[in-house]
Ligand binder design. Sequence first.
Ligand code: NOJ
Length: 560
Amino acid sequence: MKRQWWQDAIIYQIYLRSFKDSNNDGIGDFKGLISKLDYLSDLGITALWVSPHYESPMDDNGYDISDFFKVSEDYGTLKDVKEFINEAHKKNIKVIFDLVLNHTSDEHEWFKAAKDPVHVDHHKYHDYYIWQKPKYDEAGNRQMPTQWLSWFGGPVWEYNDLTDEYYLHIFSKKMPDLNWRNNDMKRDLKDIAKWWINQGVDGFRVDASNHLEKNWDFPEGHPGYEHFSGLPMHHKYLEDFGIEVFKPNNVMSMGEAGNATKEEALKYCGFDSNEFDMLIHFGHCWADLDFSNQVTPGKWSSGKVNVRHIKSSYDKWFKMLNGNGWNLIYWHNHDQPRVISHYGNDTSYRVQSGKMLAYSLYLMPGTPIIYQGEEIGMVNVDYEKLTDFRDVEVYTEYKNFIQAGATHELAMNTLRNRSRDNARTPFQWDESSYAGFSKVTPWIKVNDNYKSVNLNSQMNDRNSIFETYKELIKMRKAEQLNDGIIEFIDIENEDAFIYINETSNAKFLVISNFREKEITVDLNIVNSGYRNILYNYSERELVNVMKLQPYEALVYKMTK
Ligand code: NOJ
């Protein structure tokens, strides 16, 4: 395959709402983003993935789209979007937009027609969504078609009295799922994507891409995820879409999907695949689940970070795609907690663990995605009140926790630890009010630590997390780390994260301690010229048995 731009890219994810507010309405926008393009370009970023910017009632911060062709007033105008694309291109930065194909907002014109039998377009649009008649119990009470659970915690069904039917929503009830068995609907979605391609975008991140097909027998199940996730037919839908929209227009596409076998991985993003170019996979995320907790179940309970699990997920993906596809590497996005709080230590070791996590990931091959604020070591929220949170998921889950017997205290701790809002607070630019994000109260509270954690104080400080990221990005490009071959060492080790990335010119050895305690690693590596080029404590010579301090990390280079 001809070398593609995305194989050499350094992608940065912009959560637009929280990046930079230009018009002082408390919400990030395109003009704010444009004003920071120099910053991003200096950092070495070559592609930006921007969270959904379309018209939306913002039930799920824009993943609930009411008009795919319009730009949300919160974020600016189509003129601003075009200016953003132009300005980014002038700086050799590619633009990747979020493409939401699984659902719309319930305020989308399609859904308004679909739910209302007297609407002139009812017959056309009813079938754009997924409807089922109610069931009735023996006493004649109306029941939902199944007990399936939505990803945001409640039931997947919402009753529509106008048609006496339930509609399916696997996210919030304001996000009805589209019916991918309807050809007109697919045609419309393809036209939407083509329209944005004509505005100049270089790529798409395809939201919820493994959920497009549903089991239309609607078998009973609880939570029932297997009936609306990863069903074989979604590959066919994605392939058709790719063949008609992405490939002929030469736009990059990256999907998202949970687990995959080798066969599936290659279907999604093998070099010969027509579905995607790359895949955002989640195997390394949530590597600390505690399944014993029934009060705050699933992702909401954290145990010890399973370092082996993180390594083996990456190892698996590198091996599955080896030579036949291209891997993406990232720590987290807007759906997970901040990585330092999650896998590092945001109290006594914020800087050390932040650098350790950076070395551990960004020396790997593949294309990296850096999440906004990660480069300055932003951490989880410190919110005191439930109303400080904004995420729709938080409110459903809070109720669930309380119903299951959690105290308010426990529920709040859980949200501070695990909710998606942790990653969604305003970018901390400087020490001025609202962290320089806006001049007015932002849509979501700034993290209280902004006076000590902000970009301004870290720029030009050789020891800062920010300068570490800058250096790593420079090194990735200079050393062509994207192209290397990775080999994990002592992959079974429960505390250490050790690997070699071998490029055509050199070998890079990364040794990290993921724990808050001292550990000893027995490397069994012949030191034939390894030089210590990066460290988060102090420079050290490589020896076979090394004692590592809490969160200590070292990078060695051996030129071939
Ligand atoms: C995945 C997105 O990343 C998440 O933020 C969103 O809530 C769901 N898909 C639904 O669109």
